[in-house]
Ligand binder design. Structure first.
Ligand code: NAD
Ligand code: IPM
Ligand code: MN
Length: 349
């Protein structure tokens, strides 16, 4: 299998190195060769060459079986242009409409919610990933003056809303789950989110064995904290999904723990930790590599390599249970040492 790797910026580079070590270890253990192609696109590359992603970049990415990204974002690029082209651009150009973000607590010790354990925190968020407020439709008029007008439109299409809601129900069905919760802000956004309401009401009855519920996004944020155990599958729009998955990451032990996939079923998909480039930690060998490593597991699962994915998940769980982890989750290891522990556990099965 051919896999493109974009380490990106800051701690993205460091966690990607660990994720790659784990990918190679799992390949060796299961007798699979992964053909890895590193791609240099990042803030340094942009600042040196003026190129964010080359003109044939998205075409090139389509040639791979999967893509892995560390993180993109650098204070020297304040308008985030390179991240917009490389990360958001790939989500749009490859039509990766499913942002799959599991929220799974591995050990009670890691959860900041009082009295909550792994049985209470185990759900997935499906974030619509190709439209919403992310489409860059809008502009600024009289920018920089006291008369400035800034417009950024939220785009909701029947096709876009329908396919992510349907995906959430299909996922619940194939995983033997019984509940799907849709979150929007249709009480205030009475046009755009009326479409979410309409589609949800249209799709839900086609899945009679699944209990379909709805919360406004503000209430959902509250219920996530108060009673996370009620959720199995949450489906929401692009921006709300971004926000609630950082919240969900804290339930898992912090941003260093959360994994994600940007998926178009059956096509080249992209996997990345939920966290960003964490500039304050960059180059210090302190970043937690588990979000990145678990994203490799999601990648392998999506490629149909379930045994390989499970081997990684087991190795991560073992490292967490034994406290052989980085400081953000209570250990004392550096990024590379934490990666080594997981590599060793993958090798020994
Ligand atoms: P961030 O996720 O980079 O970091 C926020 C804080 O979370 C960090 O300061 C750190 O305390 C903690 N953290 C994050 N990852 C960690 C890890 N692996 N181990 C331990 N602690 C970790 O968010 P930010 O500071 O808002 O953004 C920094 C840059 O990253 C920005 O340029 C932003 O746009 C970008 N970003 C990129 C992605 C992506 O590439 N997918 C995601 C989020 C943010
Ligand atoms: C994420 C990130 C990105 C997003 C940023 C870097 C544009 O926060 O993947 O969660 O908002 O989608
Ligand atoms: Mn985010």
């Amino acid at each position: 299998m051919k896999i493109a790797i974009i380490p990106g910026d800051g701690i993205g580079k460091e966690v990607t190195a660990e994720a790659l070590k784990v990918l190679r270890a799992v390949g060796a253990r299961f007798g699979r060769t992964f053909e890895i192609e590193p791609l240099p696109w990042c803030a340094d590359y942009y600042l040196e060459t003026g190129i964010t992603i080359p003109p044939n970049g998205y075409e090139l990415l389509r040639e791979f079986d999967a893509l892995f990204v560390g993180a993109l974002g650098d204070p020297r690029v304040p308008d985030n242009r390179h991240a917009r082209d490389i990360l958001l651009g790939t989500r749009f150009a490859l039509d990766l409409y499913v942002n799959y973000r599991p929220v799974r607590l591995l050990d009670e010790r890691l959860c900041p919610l009082k009295g909550r354990g792994p049985e209470d925190v185990n759900f997935v968020v499906f974030r619509e990933n190709t439209e919403g407020l992310y489409v860059s439709v809008g502009g600024r008029f009289k920018a920089g003056t006291d008369d400035e007008i800034a417009i950024q439109e939220e785009l909701n299409t029947y096709k876009g809303v329908h396919r992510i809601i349907r995906y959430a129900f299909d996922f619940a069905t194939t995983r033997g789950l019984t509940k799907v919760c849709m979150a929007d802000k249709s009480n205030a956004m009475t046009d755009g989110h009326a479409l979410w309401q309409r589609v949800f009401r249209e799709v839900a009855p086609q899945y009679p064995s699944i209990a379909a519920t709805h919360y406004y996004i503000d209430a959902l944020a509250m219920y996530m904290v108060m009673d996370p155990g009620q959720f199995q599958v949450i489906v929401t729009n692009n921006l709300f999904g971004d926000i609630i998955t950082d919240l969900g990451a804290t339930f898992q032990g912090g941003l260093g723990m959360a994994a994600s996939g940007n998926i178009h079923p059956g096509r080249t998909s992209m996997f990345e930790p939920v966290h960003g480039s964490a500039p304050k930690f960059a180059g210090k060998n302190v970043a937690n590599p588990i979000g990145a490593i678990s994203s490799v597991a999601l990648m392998l699962e999506t490629l149909g390599l379930n045994d390989e994915a499970e081997a990684i998940d087991r190795a991560v769980l073992k490292a967490v249970r034994e406290g052989q982890v980085t400081a953000d989750i209570g250990g004392s290891l550096g990024t590379t040492q934490a990666g080594d522990v997981i590599v060793a556990a993958v090798r020994s099965g």
